[in-house]
Design a protein around this ligand. Structure first.
Ligand SMILES: Nc1ncnc2c1ncn2[C@@H]1O[C@H](COP(=O)(O)OP(=O)(O)OP(=O)(O)O)[C@@H](O)[C@H]1O
Length: 270
């Protein structure tokens, strides 16, 4: 196993090599520590511009995998490698299930929140980027509104825009549409595909929805819990561009079925 602190280069956008993550929590009263193997020998390479989803039952380590990539939690062993140079924070953009917008800031000011902290761009350029982002997100009319005045889908669109403001190479998304109603969720998936087809960022997308993972992705990583490991990686060789009409095709149904069978067999094996 490699040194847990190593981050090396790779020609892939990102690569995990034999990554392990063990959480050890102490009980309040002198009991034995509780150990959870959240990631067990996880190896995965994601190509530049690839859209990869991660599916699996609750507790199989999906969020932990993203947190390890973000550097929010320290891996126990293994290597994480990114292409090129540049610092970690600028390389990655993160979208959470809740958009976590600042309620006292307008939509535009929410997009500019990290700019206001680190002043990376000249102000005129940052404002121009924010305006372009609003246009891409279809939110131009809402530039000066506050989050409470937006629907859940619009708020999450702002969350995605905020993650893209610093032009990250890799977008990490943790159940980004999980809090939305089914119709908005479908629409957001399509919006995300449109954005991705324009920019071709590398995307790592965690979801509980198998159809969503198939509709959006080039590959679907299927994880199983206790310990959290990759059961298989399924290629989604459906033509692009894709739309919601793909869901009704036999090829789509077949891939969904394959993933579901895999998850069921892994679940019953535990
Ligand atoms: N900070 C922590 N301390 C201790 N255990 C943790 C911690 N974070 C996660 N775990 C445990 O690690 C395992 C994996 O958790 P993780 O949140 O990565 O799973 P997940 O697949 O994202 O779950 P969900 O789909 O419910 O969000 C779980 O058993 C969880 O209880």
């Amino acid at each position: 196993m490699g040194d847990a602190s190593t981050t090396v280069a790779t020609e892939h956008a990102v690569e995990l090599r034999h990554v392990y993550k063990r959480y050890t929590t102490r009980k309040a009263r002198r009991g034995a520590p509780r150990v959870v193997d959240a990631l067990h020998d996880v190896s995965l390479s994601v190509a530049q511009g690839e859209f990869v989803s991660i599916v699996g039952p609750s507790g199989c380590g999906k969020s932990t995998l993203l947190k390890v990539l973000l550097g929010l939690t320290r891996r126990t062993a293994g290597e994480v490698a990114f292409s090129g140079t540049g610092d970690h924070q600028h390389r990655l953009g993160m979208v959470f299930q809740q958009p976590l917008l600042l309620p006292w800031r307008t939509v535009t000011r929410n997009l500019l929140v990290s700019q206001d902290i680190n002043h990376r761009l000249p102000p005129a350029e940052a404002n121009e980027r924010a305006a372009g982002m609003l246009k891409m997100l279809g939110l131009e009319e809402f530039a000066d509104r506050y989050p409470a005045e937006l629907s859940g889908g619009m708020q999450q669109r702002v969350g995605i825009g905020r993650a893209l403001m610093h032009d990250p190479q890799i977008l990490l998304m943790d159940e980004p549409f999980g809090a939305l109603d089914a119709m908005t969720r479908d629409q957001m998936g399509m919006d995300l595909l449109r954005i991705w087809e324009r920019d071709r960022k590398t995307v790592l997308f965690v979801t509980h929805s198998i159809p969503e993972s198939v509709l959006l992705s080039d590959r679907v990583v299927v994880m199983t819990p206790r310990p959290g490991r990759i059961a298989d990686v399924i290629d989604v060789d459906l033509p692009r561009p894709r739309g919601l009409e793909n869901i009704n095709t036999p090829e789509f149904g077949e891939i969904v079925r394959r993933i579901r069978t895999l998850l069921n067999s892994e679940n019953s094996a535990h």
